[in-house]
Design a binder for this molecule. Structure first.
Ligand SMILES: NC(=O)c1ccc[n+]([C@@H]2O[C@H](COP(=O)([O-])OP(=O)(O)OC[C@H]3O[C@@H](n4cnc5c(N)ncnc54)[C@H](OP(=O)(O)O)[C@@H]3O)[C@@H](O)[C@H]2O)c1
Ligand SMILES: *[C@@H]1O[C@H](CO)[C@@H](O)[C@H](O)[C@H]1NC(C)=O
Length: 314
């Protein structure tokens, strides 16, 4: 048995996005890495000039020939691409294999996308991501590449300005599913990014060919809403209560009719009701300790989200 050489050359896709930017700075902060990013020609991302970063610009369709060229001599590819593009990853994975990349980390960062109930709820998000994961498993079984999927649960600080998890803080309104007691695992975006770095450096074996479940804390909608109300000064928000099964059926119909918003409504039902693989204590081993991640708290993440909302930001 020879010891495999460490992951040194790392290529990141989607570095201009909301998690991509945070992953990029975590990767750049790891001195043993040499970082390349693959940016779409139309990308609006403004990255600060950095002599340690190689930027490869490709056409927006990520042509296979450009991918193979960019992937040559890369040890690992980390993908942070936008939700609606995740099914581009079959070609991207094939190109990574063709170029000899050793590990691929798909764009997931959510719940357990292999969960059958999640896949049945949302074909365009959970099932699409789950199918890419299944493809990676198949390629790994053939010994062609290894993979590492990060299941981060929800990012509360991201969810507040984006009106996710049933929160509409600008409108002082919440949408609660059922009794509001369903639980969801949550991580900070910083810990999500750190898990990738640790998985490619000191915890290579522990993160090989598996879903890396992360949970800083878990929360129910009732607990989340109470913390938001507390932090905005005790004001009581309006609460609309929905039957999640009825609402899921309605939203599936709206998705069939072409609604993009309904796609995200289904994602929220998936995360927030506890029935679709978003509460990791029921899904598998949570790896925060193994990866040495310090847990953030609900209180800190709500405070961060409210700051971002005030800044008008993302
Ligand atoms: N756990 C959570 O709470 C949570 C929240 C949000 C998202 N997510 C997940 O995290 C992953 C990344 O999401 P994100 O919100 O960070 O993505 P995003 O900001 O919408 O986009 C990320 C990047 O995707 C690339 N991209 C590729 N094809 C694109 C296209 N057709 N249109 C626009 N951008 C395209 C772009 O990279 P360049 O500009 O560099 O070319 C873009 O900056 C997804 O899997 C998503 O489902 C999880
Ligand atoms: C580039 O890498 C070197 C060596 O790791 C580091 O000292 C320097 O701060 C980095 N520069 C930037 C702009 O990040």
């Amino acid at each position: 048995m020879t010891t495999p050489s460490p992951f040194r050359n790392i290529l990141l896709i989607g570095a201009g996005g909301s998690i991509g930017r945070i992953v990029l700075s975590a990767l750049l902060a790891e001195p043993s890495f040499t970082i390349t990013i693959l940016q779409r020609a139309s990308s609006r991302a403004r990255l600060p000039p950095n002599p340690n970063l190689t930027v490869i610009t490709v056409p927006d369709t990520y042509p296979t020939a450009d991918l193979i060229l960019a992937f040559k001599s890369q040890d690992a590819v980390v993908n942070c691409m936008t939700t609606s593009s995740v099914s581009e990853q079959y070609r991207i994975i094939d190109a990574a294999i063709a170029a000899g990349v050793r590990r691929y980390s798909p764009s997931e960062y959510g719940l357990n996308n292999a969960n059958a109930a999640a896949q049945a709820l949302s074909s365009s998000v959970f099932a699409a991501k789950g199918a890419v994961q299944a493809y990676l498993k198949e390629k790994a079984a053939e010994g062609r590449i290894e993979w590492m999927s990060i299941a981060s649960g929800m990012w509360v600080a991201w969810a507040i300005p984006h009106d996710f998890m049933g929160m509409h803080v600008r409108k002082r309104r919440f949408e609660m599913f059922d009794d509001g007691e369903g639980r969801v695992s949550c991580s900070s975006e910083a810990n999500t990014a750190k898990a990738i770095v640790v998985g490619l450096t000191t915890r290579v074996k522990e993160t090989r060919n598996r879903v890396v479940y992360l949970q800083d804390y878990s929360v129910s909608q009732r607990e989340l809403f109470a913390e938001v109300e507390r932090q905005v000064g005790g004001e009581k928000f309006e609460v609309d209560v929905f039957d999640s099964l009825k609402r899921a059926a309605e939203k599936k119909e709206e998705v069939r009719e072409g609604s993009v918003q309904a796609v995200y409504d289904l994602v929220n039902i998936g995360f927030m009701t506890g029935r679709y693989g978003g509460f990791f204590e029921k899904e598998g081993e949570i790896l925060n300790e193994v990866l040495g991640l310090e847990r953030t708290t609900l209180e800190e993440e709500v405070a961060d989200g409210l700051r971002r909302l005030q800044g008008g930001g993302n």
